[in-house]
Design a binder for this molecule. Structure first.
Ligand SMILES: Cc1cc2nc3c(=O)[nH]c(=O)nc-3n(C[C@H](O)[C@H](O)[C@H](O)COP(=O)(O)O)c2cc1C
Ligand SMILES: CCCCC(=O)C(=O)O
Length: 347
């Protein structure tokens, strides 16, 4: 039984088709950003306080009306059936058991309605790539609403798909026979449209989404403080700092290094979420101390799923939960809400 998330990756690597492992693990260009995300956490040190009598820590969080029993969400990742036959259904069941939030990818290999039905207790948010055909975008949004998704996470770091050399080398350019992006079905029909990543997507599309749905909008893929300020002007309900796990533009800085400037720009107006390189409870604690309301994990969930399906995801989420609680206890804190920047030192 793997004892750490990094050990889960090793098990997953052994079990996965090498092309699929490389799809999940890889990133854009020289993978500078992939490495930077994890390395940046290692460069931050924690400076605990002692004798605080804090007791056992409380780590739950309420975000946009959704409750999460731990401040770690499941980031949207595509193609879970490449990792396990049950795919996103298995992930959602583990998420329900952990009491956290799963952001279902628009590129899921199980339809969002079927994910919801498989895990009635799961809190689901839906991730959207705005499609230039806004009628089709609206049809997808309506499906997510009807399936009970409680927020819409709009990914804005993908005006084009990142170039990932590992995918090119492996010739990975399509899903295997019998697997497809079920959320891209055309108007209840049998055909599935390709996902379009369009450089024409702009703030006007965010405004159109705002008018289209009452769901809270989360903007995923914000890295520049000026864009965080614009996001507030356009009425978003949360800003999600992400460089897509280093899979889009290579050499974007590590997200945890970008976080303080975004938090300063947002000035508490809305929650700030962050993902990228989180592999330990101490990473979660550092991100929260620097002002994130919660974090999300992408690859760790895929490693759990590939290693042992629903049980593997449950174990990965359980590890993170235990590690967060343990780190808070060692920091002398009664609650994750008591985290503040003074706990973190750059070393
Ligand atoms: C295999 C894989 C597939 C992904 N698919 C999506 C996706 O469909 N939509 C999206 O917004 N982000 C997607 N992402 C990005 C994740 O949501 C997240 O930003 C990233 O994985 C965080 O970094 P981490 O993997 O180091 O935790 C994907 C990431 C991976 C690794
Ligand atoms: C067309 C699916 C895109 C999935 C994705 O965002 C990723 O692989 O990073």
């Amino acid at each position: 039984m793997p004892a750490t998330i990094r050990e889960f990756e090793a098990v997953a690597r052994d079990r996965l088709d090498p092309a699929h492992y490389d799809y999940f693990a890889g990133g854009a260009g020289d993978e500078v950003t992939v490495r930077a995300n994890e390395a940046a956490f290692a460069r931050l040190a924690l400076l605990p306080r002692v004798l605080r009598g804090a007791g056992s820590p409380e780590i739950g969080v309420t975000l946009l009306g959704s409750r999460a029993e731990m401040p770690v969400l499941v980031a949207p990742t595509a193609f879970h059936r490449l990792a396990d036959p049950e795919g996103e259904k298995a992930t959602a069941r583990a998420v329900a058991a952990a009491g956290t939030i799963m952001i279902v990818s628009m590129a899921a290999t199980v339809a969002v309605e079927d994910v919801a039905a498989a895990a009635p207790g799961a809190t689901l948010w839906f991730q959207l790539y705005v499609q230039p055909d806004m009628a089709f975008t609206e049809a997808i949004v309506r499906r997510a609403e009807a399936a009970g998704c409680a927020a819409l996470v709009v990914t804005v770091d993908s005006p084009a798909r990142g170039r990932r050399d590992r995918e090119v080398r492996r010739g990975f350019d399509d899903l295997p026979e019998g697997m497809r992006c079920e959320n891209l079905r055309d108007d209840g029909g049998e055909s599935v449209r390709p996902i379009v990543m369009s450089p024409a997507i702009s703030w006007e599309h965010v405004d159109a989404l705002r008018r289209m749905t009452r769901l809270p909008l989360v903007l995923k893929g914000v890295t520049h403080p000026a864009d965080a300020r614009l996001a507030l002007e356009h009425g978003v309900s949360a800003v999600y700092v992400s460089n897509h796990g280093g899979r889009q533009l290579d050499t974007v800085p590590a997200t945890v290094d970008l976080l303080p400037d975004i938090v300063a720009a947002v000035r508490g107006a809305v929650p700030v979420l962050v993902d990228g390189g989180i592999r330990r409870g101490t990473d979660v604690v550092k991100a929260l101390a620097l002002g994130a309301s919660a974090v999300a994990v992408g690859r760790p969930v895929v490693w759990g799923l590939a290693a042992d399906g629903e049980c593997g995801v449950a174990r990965v989420l359980g590890l993170l939960r235990d590690e967060v609680e343990h780190a808070l206890t060692l920091c002398g804190l009664a609650s994750s809400h008591d985290l503040e920047p003074g706990l973190v030192r750059r070393c």
